[in-house]
Design a protein around this ligand. Structure first.
Ligand SMILES: O=C(O)C(=O)C[C@]1(C(=O)O)C=C[C@@H](O)C=C1
Length: 270
């Protein structure tokens, strides 16, 4: 199986992708990953979708709403960040914006005078630190020995010990499955009236379907116009899920509903 994920090698996404594919290729944005899978260039793509401290990875949500792909699995993995550099003195910390945000309190209290640089991924930050002694990186501690040696200046620097990120495994749309305990869908009602969101939620609630995530994202068409992402704890193989989606399709008759498929959860520890 060939998968594509956020690179270069050494990202958390790479660690998650290794759990589902023997061969892993890289892109430097989640949009490019979803696009490559939608275009049939890879059998699987692995994208971060939400983090327990920082919340949604909005670029991933938008990429899934904009392209025809299926979700075949979710991967949940603990995220334990280390501070890596050539030495104890540096001027800038470079990392993915999510990682910088997950370590906000640590950076404010330990390095209040050090600048921050958001780069495409944690591994890209590690490359910056390898090239430049004035740059430190935040990433998985294994990156210290993966190439020119870096010092591990601090470990477990995330603001909460329970830091975890959820990744989705995307596949070409033909692989959409009805099997699995969770289902993801994106709804664009193209309507705006009192109780619209309540109606969408009731379609699930009336069938005793629990939602593990409900999120609105701007449609990009005009201010105040939204699409909604839902993760339901029920599979498409269940009648109640199909009925709920039929009702939602009626509510969104002037817009669209994208059902990304049903899948199960995999926990990756390391
Ligand atoms: O930069 C990486 O290592 C990634 O895989 C991206 C990412 C993210 O987008 O959330 C993944 C896990 C961590 O939460 C930090 C960064």
């Amino acid at each position: 199986m060939r998968a594509v994920t956020l690179g270069p090698a050494g990202t958390y996404s790479h660690r998650a992708a290794r759990a589902v594919a023997e061969e892993v290729a890289f892109r430097e944005s989640v949009t490019a990953i979803v696009e490559a899978v939608a275009d049939g260039k890879f059998e699987r793509g692995v994208v971060p979708i939400e983090n327990s401290i920082e919340g949604s990875v909005t670029e991933s949500l938008d990429a899934l709403a904009d392209r025809e792909v299926a979700v075949t699995r979710e991967i949940v993995t603990p995220i334990r960040h280390a501070l890596l550099a050539q030495g104890a003195e540096f001027d800038v910390v470079a990392s993915h914006s999510q990682a910088l945000a997950q370590c906000r309190s640590f950076l404010e209290s330990e390095y209040p005078d050090v600048g921050q640089e958001a780069v495409a991924s944690t591994a890209r930050g590690v490359e910056r630190a390898r090239e430049d002694p004035t740059v430190a990186a935040i990433g998985h501690p294994d990156n210290a020995t993966n190439g020119v040696e870096l010092q591990v200046l601090a470990e477990d620097i995330q603001d909460r010990s329970s830091n975890a990120t959820r990744f989705l495994v995307v596949a070409p749309v033909a692989e959409r499955s009805e099997a699995g305990g969770k289902t993801t869908l994106v709804v664009y009602p193209n309507a705006n009236y009192p109780g619209l969101l309540l109606e969408l939620l009731e379609a699930f609630a009336e069938r005793d379907i629990n939602l593990s995530r409900a999120e609105s994202r701007p449609s990009g068409r005009r201010l105040g116009d939204y699409l909604f992402h839902f993760d339901a704890e029920a599979g498409l193989y269940e009648e109640r899920t199909r009925e709920a989606i039929e009702e939602i399709e009626e509510i969104a008759e002037n817009g669209w509903v994208r059902v990304l498929g049903s899948y199960d959860t995999m926990h990756v520890l390391y």
